[in-house]
Design a protein around this ligand. Structure first.
Ligand code: ADP
Ligand code: ZN
Length: 287
């Protein structure tokens, strides 16, 4: 039996599942401070005999096993969680192997094994929500270098009609600063779901995401691209991406049918937790 944690900025999802990725039990816990949230996490897992635990966490996190701060959440704006030794805390409580990666890498893994990229050895999973982040499976493995990728903070060209200054505390008008949920809200003065009828909102949104996808495609050449997160509930954004991406790429690389290439998560909201279960399995197998 494996344990899984999808650690998000507003809530934690914990689950217990089997080798086949079937979830047997799950719980949602609000993300407050580590002392509180982790007490509930421990209580949930104590009911089971676990072989390993996988964590897909909000970040940035330290995923380099050679680093002295491996397994910690690092420079998060959520101050109570800064420098929280996530892996150590679970190892102390359960003495089992712990898999640790980003929430989006976990989701990419879940989608590659059981979801919209099942059977493919490469995919990209992007979330457009409170922030923008992406995880990549490349040649069957999660992409990792010095640290995990941070694809949400790339620079994009301005939409000619967009004068919004951007919301990223580090870069202002990077992709996340221009296109994550809070940027949409601040630029247009309403919550995303209140802007459904405003076509220009989703046109601009798709313009920025299409640019990002072009860069990811040129650099990684993923076999499928999966777009999740709250903002992608607005299906018009997909239409806008399908319109802009070919205009940007200009036929330089040939792309598959975009409606099959750029899709919603096959696992819906369960991509992250299912992927975290797979991280547990990988940790158990010593991968
Ligand atoms: P998180 O990124 O915190 O895990 P979500 O993926 O749900 O959570 O993203 C939340 C963001 O998505 C918010 O900025 C919210 O305004 C936006 N959002 C959620 N639902 C919708 C929707 N139906 N239409 C447009 N924007 C939405
Ligand atoms: Zn940024």
């Amino acid at each position: 039996m494996f344990g899984a944690i999808e650690a998000g900025g507003t809530k934690f999802v914990c689950a217990v599942g089997d080798k086949g990725g079937t979830i047997i039990d799950r719980i949602k816990i609000p993300t407050t401070v580590p002392e509180e949230t982790m007490t509930e996490v421990f209580a949930f897992f104590k009911k089971y005999e676990l072989d390993a635990i996988g964590i897909g966490s909000f970040g940035p996190i330290d995923v380099n096993p050679e680093s002295p701060t491996y397994g910690m959440i690092t420079s998060t704006p959520k101050l109570a969680w800064r420098n929280f030794p996530f892996v150590q805390a679970l190892q102390d409580a359960f003495s089992v192997p712990i898999g640790f990666n980003t929430d989006v890498n976990a989701a990419a893994l879940g989608e590659a094994v059981y979801g919209a990229a099942k059977g493919l050895d490469s995919c990209l999973y992007i979330t457009v929500g409170t922030g923008i982040g992406a995880g990549a499976v490349v040649q069957g493995r999660l992409l990792q270098g010095l640290s995990h990728p941070e694809m949400g903070h790339i620079l994009v060209r301005r939409h000619p009609n967009d004068e919004y200054q951007g919301k990223c505390p580090y870069h202002g008008d990077c992709l996340e600063g221009l296109a994550a949920g809070p940027a949409i809200e601040e630029r247009w003065g309403h919550k995303g779901f209140e802007l459904v009828e405003r076509l220009e909102v989703w046109d601009v949104e798709g313009y920025y995401i299409a640019q990002a996808l072009m860069q990811y495609i040129l650099i990684l050449s993923p076999k499928r691209i999966i777009l999740g997160g709250g903002v992608m509930n607005q299906k018009q954004v997909f239409s806008s991406i399908y319109k802009y991406l070919p205009e940007l790429v200009q036929g330089y690389v040939s792309l598959p049918d975009l409606r099959e290439y750029i899709v919603s998560p096959g696992l819906g909201d369960d991509a992250g937790i299912t992927g975290s279960l797979l991280l547990a399995q990988q940790a158990f197998n010593g991968e």
